[in-house]
Design a protein around this ligand. Structure first.
Ligand SMILES: Cc1cc2nc3c(=O)[nH]c(=O)nc-3n(C[C@H](O)[C@H](O)[C@H](O)COP(=O)(O)OP(=O)(O)OC[C@H]3O[C@@H](n4cnc5c(N)ncnc54)[C@H](O)[C@@H]3O)c2cc1C
Length: 556
């Protein structure tokens, strides 16, 4: 029988940070990940990680910027933890071996980022995630954390409202395994792959959120998805906000820096929701260039681009055929970050006993209705550490209760049904239609009619999904089966997102309703909570925690 004190699902920065912390307490810790740790989406993070390091900066200012950026939906107790603990966590990352870029005095360099009143984003050129994930993987190895690498968790087992462990599919053999544990930390990343146009890795399919929902935990604020303003035409590959932080311009087809009409004070460094809407307007009103606007870096010069933005140059040349040293790069908004997720407190605790969550799959909420760039890597480290510590504490205090083999048999039956179905539809066909529906009706601008239509289409697709089938019936690396399982998570989360967006009859942060274009604090200064119930969903609301800052009009 396989038993661990703490099981972490996911080996991105949040999962590995949680595991390292839990293992510090001397426990038997395992990480289960469907991709090799250093291929987790965290590796793709570009621009940097925020912390008020300088004497002229303060965690209170960082907190204010974050709360304002969130359009006042963030819970301020959680934001305070994030900003207060950030500097020590950056120092710890450095001691672990993170090689941050330096300023002239040899100190950790910090660049300006959107929505921030101070240059407080630490970075490793434009490959911050790459640097950090390798550092964290070294720590994981050093702590002897057990790694189930390329194992796909298909169920979180909960009995009597307490977590008992997980069921995972070993991709190499196609075997299902029972892994027992006192505490489980979910760190499975975001749900960018609900959309066609996204910066997210193929693996960002929201698995942990769907599994948590099925296991009885509520999801919070799922209507809030961040659209990043600079993703490459056609592929959606990210051009970091650091490109604008270093001085890049956004121009329309007339060569106009159009942000002066939308955010006169901060221009290209307004927050992401504001810029994405501005771009979408320019494109829809005919001032775009072939469905895009242009990111102009030419004035920065070749030397600075090579030093600070080497990857951006390489990606633009390889994927858009444009060298930013010589020509502007076509960009447009793309789905980038999941503000919504599994509801937790500041220690990663969910309402299910022994079940924790951290990183992008969690919703505390520190980002509210719109996340500031550089705050998400920070969230993975601060709250990964805290969730790891809390899960370890829980594990010390509670007894293991193994779950019966019947649970495995039920899951196996469900999978066999897909594998053995003689005819039906492919998951990839269903997914294509689902993504078209979500992108068509739940994008930068939303309306009641569109959201209702989207919901209708997704519900029909859910019915069709009941007949999903695969052509590969083999055991080893059956990626077609994995896609079919992921399609189930994507359909479930799409429905939840559309439902939450339909109900929120106001505009706040990334959620913009053209039929309700104003923020409405009187009725909507609250979080959406969704529970799974009797085959449907139960929607509840919860008040925003406000400690220091009262809602104001948001201007950039
Ligand atoms: C292109 C890009 C650039 C970004 N740049 C920045 C930046 O500069 N600054 C910033 O603050 N933020 C940035 N972000 C956001 C930030 O990188 C992510 O929010 C963060 O890294 C997420 O980390 P995570 O540990 O929560 O999840 P991830 O890194 O996404 O890892 C998820 C893990 O879960 C595992 N998993 C998922 N489902 C299963 C399953 N069913 N079974 C087993 N394992 C599973 C995966 O294998 C993976 O290991 C960027 C995001 C993108 C997409």
């Amino acid at each position: 029988m396989v038993i661990h004190d703490v099981i972490v699902i996911g080996a991105g920065l949040a999962g590995m940070r949680a595991a390292v912390e839990a293992a510090r307490e001397g426990l038997n810790v395992a990480v289960v990940s469907k991709v090799h740790p250093v291929r987790s989406h965290s590796v793709a993070a570009q621009g940097g990680i925020n912390a008020a390091l300088k004497e002229t900066d303060s965690w209170e200012d960082h907190m204010f910027d974050t709360v304002k950026g969130s359009d006042y939906l963030a819970d301020e107790d959680a934001v305070e933890v994030l900003c207060r603990e950030a500097p020590a966590d950056i120092m710890e990352l450095e001691r672990m071996g993170a090689v941050f870029s330096r300023d002239d005095a040899g100190k950790i360099a910090q660049r300006p980022f959107g929505g921030a009143g101070y240059p407080r984003t630490c970075y490793l050129a434009d490959r911050t995630g790459h640097g950090l994930i390798h550092v964290m993987y070294e720590q994981l190895a050093k702590k002897n954390v057990y790694l189930y690498d390329e194992w796909h968790v298909v169920e979180i087992v909960v009995e009597d409202k307490s977590v008992r462990g997980v069921i995972a599919l070993e991709l190499l053999t196609g075997k299902l395994h029972r892994l027992h544990s006192k505490a489980v930390v979910i760190a499975t990343g975001g749900y960018g792959r609900l959309f066609n146009t996204t910066t997210n890795a193929l693996s960002s399919t929201g698995d942990g959120m769907a599994l948590a929902l099925r296991a009885g935990a509520p999801l919070m604020d799922m209507e809030f998805v961040q659209f990043h303003p600079t993703t490459l035409k056609r592929t959606g590959i990210l051009m970091t906000e650091g490109a604008r932080g270093e001085g890049g311009y956004l121009i329309n087809k007339d060569g106009e820096r159009f942000m002066k009409r939308y955010a006169p004070k901060t221009l290209e460094l307004a927050s992401r929701d504001v810029i994405s809407r501005a771009e979408q307007r320019e494109i829809e009103e005919g001032r775009g260039v072939d469905g895009c606007v242009l990111l102009d870096l030419r004035h920065l010069g070749e030397e600075k681009i090579n030093e600070r933005l080497p990857q951006i140059r390489e990606l633009s040349i390889n994927f858009a055929g444009k060298d930013p040293v010589r020509e502007p790069v076509p960009v447009k908004p793309g789905a980038h970050y999941s503000m919504g997720g599994i509801w937790t407190d500041v220690d990663g605790k969910t309402p299910v006993s022994g079940l924790f969550a951290a990183g992008e799959c969690a919703c505390l909420s520190v980002h509210g209705a719109n996340r500031l760039g550089g705050n998400s890597l920070l969230e993975t480290i601060v709250f990964g550490r805290r969730a790891g510590s809390a899960a370890a504490g829980f594990s010390f205090e509670n007894k293991l209760r193994v779950f019966p083999e019947d649970a495995l048999k039920d899951t196996a039956r469900g999978i066999a049904l897909i594998l053995n179905r003689a005819e039906g539809e492919s998951a990839s066909g269903i997914l294509k239609e689902a993504r078209d529906a979500v992108e068509g009706h739940c994008w930068v601008f939303r309306t009641e009619a569109g959201l209702k239509q989207g919901l209708l289409e997704i519900r029909k697709l859910k019915e069709r999904y009941e007949g999903v089938c695969v052509t590969d019936r083999g055991d080893g690396f059956n990626t077609e089966l994995v896609t079919a399982l992921e399609a189930g998570y994507i359909l479930e989360l799409s429905e939840v997102m559309l439902l939450s967006a339909l109900n929120r009859t106001e505009s706040r942060g990334s959620h913009f309703r053209t039929d309700f274009p104003e923020r409405n604090d009187r009725e909507w200064l609250k979080h959406t909570l969704i529970y799974k119930k009797d085959g449907g969903y139960d929607i509840r609301y919860r008040d925003v925690v406000m400690t220091k800052f009262k809602p104001e009009e948001r201007k950039y």
